[in-house]
Structures are given as C-alpha cells and as structure tokens.
Design a binder for this molecule. Structure first.
Ligand code: NDP
Ligand code: GDP
Length: 339
C-alpha cells in the first residue's frame, strides 16, 4: 500500500485529492496546522473523515516538518499548503513568503537528506505568468509575477526545479490555473459570487460589491485538477505541467452564469468603476463595482494551454465553467437551506 502525505488537508484541494488517493488504495495522511477551532468540512463533504490520518504540521516549523516526514516516510508528498489568497498577500507579504517559500525549502531539504526516494508534488500557479507576455500560457511562457503571493510561489517553483536537477529528486510542479469547487475559500471571487446568488435566491436584498468585472480567468473544477496531480506523480520522470481548461471567462460572465442558475438575467449599465448590474426583469440593482476590491497590481487575464498534460498524462478537464458555476450555486443554496 502506497503512503501519501498531503499538506493543507483543511483547504479546497486537499480533501478532493485525499478522496482520489483513498479510492486508489493509498494510505493517506493529511496535515493541518493548529487552530483554535478545527474544521474538517472538506473531508466530511468528500466522505473521507476518519479515513485520512490527521497530523499537526505547520510549514513554518522545520522540526515539525522533519518529525512528520520521518515518522510517516511517505512515498508521495503533495505540498498543497500555502497562504493562497492573492489579495491577502498584499497585506501580509512576509508571512505569505515564509509559508509559501520557506516551507517548500524545508520539505525539499528533508527529502534530499533523509528520504531521497520520496516523490514531491508542488502546487505552482498560473499567477506566475501574471502580466502575461503571450497567450495562451504554457510551460515555456516566461513568468511575470504581480503579487507577493506569486513571487513566493516563484521561489518555491524554482527550488523544486533546482533540487530536481541538482539531486535527482522526483520533484514535480503543477502550474495549475484557477480551479474552484463547492469547497472553494469564501474570499475567492467565484465563491463570493455563488454565495451571494444563493442568498439572493432565498430573498436576501443585499447588493453584490465586487472589483474589476473585466478580469478574465481560466476556471476549472478542482476535482478534475487533483486527478492531474496524481497523474503527474505516476509519470516516468519529474517534470512541470500546466493544467487548465483553455477557456477564459470574465468575472462579468461568471456573474451572469451564476445568476442564470436561479433564473435571473442581468442588464449592465456604466463601465469600469461605475458599472452596475440590474435584474433585467424587475430593474432591481444586484451588482455594483467597489474599488475597495481592486488590487495594487492586477493580473488582467489568464488562459492556459495544457497540450503537454493532454499528450503525456492523458489528462483532460471534464467540467465546463457553466457546469462549475451551477454546482457551486446549487451547493450554496443547499448549505443555506440546511442551517
Ligand atoms: P486553500 O487556501 O484552500 O488551502 C490552503 C491550505 O494550506 C489550508 O489547509 C491551510 O490551512 C494551509 N496552510 C496555510 N498556511 C499554512 C501553514 N503555515 N502551515 C501549514 N498549513 C498551512 O488552497 P487550495 O486548496 O485552493 O490550493 C491548494 C494549493 O494550490 C495552494 O498551495 C495554492 O496556492 C495552490 N493553487 C491553487 C489554485 C486554485 O485555483 N485553487 C491555483 C493554483 C495554485 P488553514 O485551513 O489552517 O488555513
Ligand atoms: P486569484 O486569481 O487567485 O487572485 O483568485 P480570486 O478569485 O481571488 O480573484 C480572481 C480575480 O478576480 C482577480 O483578478 C481579482 O482582482 C478579481 N476580483 C474582482 N472582484 C473581486 C472580489 O470581489 N473578490 C476577489 N477575491 N477577487 C475579485
């Protein structure tokens, strides 16, 4: 039985991946950092509570990581833990850097010294492309990070490649484009929209305040993307792969898709900071741009090219952005109805 250790088991991707690996017959360990209130909603949601062995581990603590890795001796480490919210990284650049950069350096060095046969997957990100220099973006596209988050991930990405090349470690990077799900963190724009739409469908009268509606992202479904992580780790050699859908959607379009799930159509007026979205039938104001959500430096558009993953891993995303927005809205309505 193979052993996998997933860091960041309380996040979005951790539970989806844990479920996938359990189904494959793995013994799965998941790390969570100490919190005043523990929340394993994600593991509950995917039906993996009690099946994943939980270990307390903080990426900022070398000896804690060392002891964890030495006691588990995993065949595969999936390093998903991170301060992953770009917006917060502008306000907390130092802690973001420590967690996202140093944490990876610690893990790599422990693997190099004590567990050279252990494979490691690092959660790299399309944010590395930032102010894109070409479109769509693939494994050869130059990086231009635009936030402390992206820069912290640039360091860990290159550390992975350096350890792969220097010490022959199986260190694989997935450059994943945005992927969402029913377990997405509530501050990310898709979940913020789907939660709002769910509340609206139950009669809430609030207006959705949002940042730049023209931004484009290549949104996929997290459950499809964890399959890609698993496939990368089964490949003959460590490498770097882009996972994306190749379809780029504006935030305005995503908002329209989410409202369409509850049968509402939007009519837009104004532009940029003055843009507003009205219910086309009743004329009620539903959406308004609020510059509070603008970022100091923005990533205007991302669109990925996953040809390499298609050809080498036979990985293909299965879920469209329409299906994704529907899953998220329906789940958020269900959650509200259950309280
Ligand atoms: P989440 O933000 O949902 O989860 C992050 C996890 O990391 C949480 O379990 C969190 O714990 C944990 N964590 C944060 N800081 C520490 C720390 N100091 N020590 C230990 N654990 C810590 O991220 P996702 O699941 O969405 O993403 C997984 C990975 O993929 C992340 O590294 C992210 O940057 C990367 N990524 C994600 C993309 C996406 O679209 N989702 C796209 C590209 C890359 P806690 O619950 O205690 O906060
Ligand atoms: P990111 O791609 O990892 O930064 O994921 P997010 O979901 O946080 O943001 C995606 C894009 O939506 C970014 O360009 C944000 O600036 C933009 N955006 C616009 N309005 C909002 C908002 O209200 N909240 C968030 N989180 N992002 C917003």
């Amino acid at each position: 039985m193979k052993k996998a250790l997933i860091t960041g088991i309380t996040g979005q991707d951790g539970p989806w991946l844990a479920k996938r690996l359990l189904d494959k017959g793995y013994e799965v360990y998941g790390t969570a950092r100490r919190n005043s209130v523990r929340n394993f909603y994600g593991l509950e949601y995917v039906g993996a509570v009690g099946k994943v062995k939980i270990i307390d581990m903080d990426l900022l603590d070398y000896s804690n990581i060392h002891d964890t890795l030495i006691s588990v001796k995993p065949d595969e480490v999936y390093n998903l833990a991170a301060q992953s919210f770009v917006g917060a990284s502008f306000k907390q650049p130092i802690s973001t850097t420590l967690t996202n950069s140093l944490g990876v350096a610690y893990i790599l060095d422990i693997i190099k010294t004590f567990l050279p046969k252990t494979k490691i997957y690092q959660a790299s990100t399309s944010e590395l492309f930032g102010k894109v220099v070409e479109s769509p973006q693939n494994e050869r596209t130059p990086f231009y990070p635009r936030s402390p988050y992206a820069i912290s991930k640039l360091y860990s990405h290159w550390m992975m490649i350096n350890y792969r090349e220097s010490y022959d470690i199986f260190a694989t990077c997935g450059i994943l484009f945005n992927h969402e799900s029913e377990l997405r963190g509530k501050e990310f724009v898709t979940r913020k929209i789907t939660q709002f739409v769910a509340k609206n469908s139950l009669g809430d009268k609030e207006v959705l305040k949002i940042g730049n509606l023209n931004i484009k992202r290549d949104w996929g479904y997290a459950k499809d993307y964890v399959e890609g992580m698993y496939l990368m780790m089964q490949s003959d050699k460590p490498d770097t792969f882009v996972l994306s859908t190749g379809v780029s959607t504006t935030i305005r379009q995503f908002t329209e898709l989410a409202f369409s799930v509850i049968g509402k159509k939007l009519r837009w007026e104004g532009e940029d900071a003055t843009e507003k979205g009205y219910d086309s039938e009743t004329g009620i104001l539903l959406v308004e741009v609020d510059p509070e959500f603008f970022r100091p430096a923005e990533v205007d558009m991302l669109c990925g090219d996953s040809k390499k993953a298609h050809e080498i891993l036979n990985w293909h995303p299965k879920t469209t952005v329409e299906e994704l927005s529907r899953k998220m809205v329906e789940h958020d309505i269900q959650l509200l109805n259950s309280v």
